[in-house]
Design a protein around this ligand. Structure first.
Ligand code: 13P
Length: 198
């Protein structure tokens, strides 16, 4: 695998990660981004705050999850690899702990999509994957199953995943997912807990 020619794509992954931070969808290093380029997956590093991630920090994996070159990939690399393997239409995967979506994911229930615009993107609800510990193949498997052919999925008691054919689309879907959760909270008068058991 030639990793040097991937530099322009590393720049894009780092930019996407910083965009998530600047828009409040991630804090610190609590989220990760990957982009598939041919048989390579470029992924954000583990444990590096978003403000400090540049192209040099982006890690290259193959589709088996092996690191090529240097660096330590996100602890959620299995989640990213599993989605890239399962979805040939997907080029970019974004995992966030954005607050409204994550709060809803902690209820362990599918998120109803209320606005028409959201329904066009996500359908009538955004499912929640069965719970599994962070960073495991079990989590990756449950996420792939619940995501199916959709653009977004919640991870029970954890966060959210959005995907797209490009980084721009995946970022948009992550932003819209958070907006969907915020709108549900507002429309329900913040009374979500009265109808769900945490
Ligand atoms: P990383 O810093 O390893 O990407 O972990 C953050 C995270 O999102 C765990 O779910």
């Amino acid at each position: 695998m030639c990793t040097r020619s991937l530099r322009p794509f590393r720049v894009k992954v780092a930019q996407a990660y910083r965009w998530l931070g600047a828009h409040g969808l991630i804090t610190g290093s609590s989220g990760n981004v990957s982009l598939r380029v041919g048989d390579a997956i470029l992924i954000t590093p583990t444990g590096v705050p978003w403000e400090e991630v540049g192209p040099g920090e982006i890690v290259t994996l193959d589709l088996a999850g092996r690191v090529h070159g240097r660096g330590f990939p996100s602890s959620e690399w299995r989640l990213h690899v599993a989605i890239h393997r399962a979805r040939t239409d997907v080029r970019a995967v974004v995992h966030t702990h954005s607050p409204y979506a994550t709060a809803f994911a902690c209820l362990g229930r599918a998120l109803p999509v209320l606005p028409d615009e959201g329904k066009i993107l996500f359908g009538s609800e955004i499912p929640v994957a069965e719970h599994a510990p962070p960073g495991t193949w079990e989590l990756a498997h449950h996420a792939v199953v619940a995501l199916a052919d959709r653009r977004a999925v919640l991870l029970s008691h954890h966060g959210a995943v959005a995907v797209g054919p490009t980084l721009r689309h995946a970022l948009l879907h992550a932003e819209k997912l958070e907006e969907t959760a915020r709108l549900f909270f507002l429309a329900s008068g913040g009374m979500v807990r009265s109808t769900f058991t945490v």
